[in-house]
Design a protein around this ligand. Structure first.
Ligand code: SAH
Length: 466
């Protein structure tokens, strides 16, 4: 062996171990929102570091080819680094990239989508339109779920779970949620203190109040409060109601019972204490009734932009038959129904379909029909049995993307256009490649930022039959 070879081997064997200090330049962000840096062949994930940062980090865990390190010192900050707006941004898992300038967050997300389409989808000359961001990237969530507990001094706290633990850090002001949440939490906690209502203790399974769910209609301003309780009643409920109903626009106050030892937040039963059992809100011109247990998009402003884009990509004239697969509560279906002849929605969760039907009814939409079941089973069955042709098929699947057999049915049905709405651009790229190898061409695509301060990004793509 020559000297040089020996040298190389020695370098490779200089392994990085736990507790080592390393200097890194952060190049990218992982799916979980950590900064990614390299040293030799090793990839290190560093929470709270952003691309462009030069840092000193301490290794906390090593695997074979990658590891995790803690940010110890920023040697030279990224030009895109900004101070966090929220004082607890680092401890709370809710935001991952709050210290990254918002314009840079948008560039990063667009690059991520393009990168996946190129690398996984093997697309070149991608017809990508500029990402749609938010004018005001804070206070965008219409729903908040605060765990309630006790701190080590026995005070009642409401906030968020620290890191991966289940200990609660008191923080009633989240910069992503509605500003009124803080006032509502203060009211609930002072009621609990006055009436000696105990928070739930996960370890013992004792205590009453587990979580507080707050939902706000951004258009209607209506507010819903639901306390998730380890029991069916609360002491002196009338006192709680009296205080909460003073909050302007309070519309619905209820209790949800959850007696299980589980991480699932909500139980099945809801009892109304005051007001209406639901609040109403709008996405575009469609009205929705939202009860404590219903699903509803958490960022209505960006949802309207994303689904309007899906509608534009569908290119409807009023004559078309359209399928909306993975339709949830029918948000896209009802948008499409206003410009199509007939819309069929398919969704696996029965309660979501109940909501979809009710939403169609309260909006006077008669040309939308919904099916409960797996899209990959319902679509082929209905197509083969009834030969229902489709001009346009829209899909909005969960992160894992579309089932292979569903893509095969779409290819067999030969719609003029396919509109793919995706929350994971890696599975989007994989599925678009299959469609584009089988008679379709990618005509337009655009990312939409539904979740500023997080690494998530939504994408809409339009495919046309060649
Ligand atoms: N556009 C919808 C949200 C889509 S989210 C809305 O606005 O409400 C993805 C949906 O796919 C979820 O509601 C999930 O329950 C549903 N889903 C997951 N797997 C499915 C399957 N195999 N077939 C049909 N629906 C499915």
């Amino acid at each position: 062996m020559t000297d040089r070879r020996l040298q190389v081997r020695e370098d490779m064997e200089r392994v990085i171990k736990k507790d080592d200090y390393v200097q890194l330049t952060i190049e990218d962000i992982s799916a979980e929102g950590s900064g990614i840096g390299r040293t030799g062949d090793m990839v290190l994930f560093v929470k709270d570091a952003i691309p462009g940062d030069e840092i000193e980090a301490k290794v906390i865990k090593m695997k074979k080819t990658y590891g995790y390190a803690r940010l110890m010192k920023i040697l030279s900050p990224s030009p895109f680094r900004v101070p966090a707006v929220c004082p607890v941004a680092k401890q709370c898992g809710g935001c991952q990239i709050q210290e990254m300038d918002y314009a840079e967050q948008l560039r990063f997300k667009e690059k991520k989508v393009r990168g996946n389409l190129e690398r996984i989808g093997k697309f070149t000359d991608i017809p990508m339109e500029p990402i749609i961001g938010m004018e005001q990237p804070f206070y965008y969530r219409n729903k908040a779920q605060y765990p309630i507990g006790k701190d080590k001094d026995g005070h009642i706290v409401a906030g968020f779970y620290a890191g991966r633990t289940h200990s609660i850090i008191d923080n009633r002001r989240c910069f992503l949620g509605a500003e009124v949440n803080e006032e509502i939490l203060n009211i609930i906690i002072s009621y609990m203190e006055k009436e000696f209502v105990s928070p739930y203790d996960e370890k013992t399974g004792r205590g009453l109040v587990r979580h507080v769910l707050i939902r706000c209609g951004f258009t209607t301003k209506e507010i819903m409060v639901c306390l998730i309780v380890n029991g069916t009643t609360l002491p002196k409920e009338e006192k709680l109601v009296e205080a909460l109903r003073k909050v302007p626009n309070m519309t619905s106050i209820s209790i949800n019972t959850n007696r299980e030892k589980t991480n699932v937040i909500m139980g099945k039963d809801v009892r109304l204490l005051w007001g209406r059992p639901y609040i109403e809100d709008y996405i575009g011109n469609i009205r929705y009734q939202i009860s404590p247990l219903s699903f509803f998009q958490v960022n209505p402003v960006q949802t309207e932009k994303l689904y309007s884009l899906a509608l534009e990509y569908a290119g409807l004239t009023g004559k078309e038959t359209v399928w909306d697969l993975y339709c949830g509560i029918g948000t896209i279906s009802l948008f499409l129904a206003q410009q199509a002849r007939q819309v069929y929605g398919v969704e696996v969760i029965p309660q979501a379909i109940d909501d979809a039907c009710r939403n169609a009814k309260i909006n006077g939409i008669a040309n939308a029909q919904f099916f409960v079941g797996r899209a990959e089973e319902i679509l082929p069955e209905v197509y083969r049995r009834h030969r229902i042709h489709a001009e346009v098929i829209v899909v909005d699947p969960p992160r894992k993307g579309c089932d292979d057999s569903l893509l095969s049915t779409i290819i067999e049905m030969q719609p003029e256009r396919v509109v793919y709405v995706s929350c994971d651009s890696a599975t989007l790229a994989r599925d678009l490649r299959i469609l584009c190898d089988n008679g379709y061409a990618l005509k337009r695509c655009r990312a939409v930022d539904q979740f500023p301060m997080s690494v998530h990004v939504e994408t809409a793509a339009q495919l046309e039959k060649i």
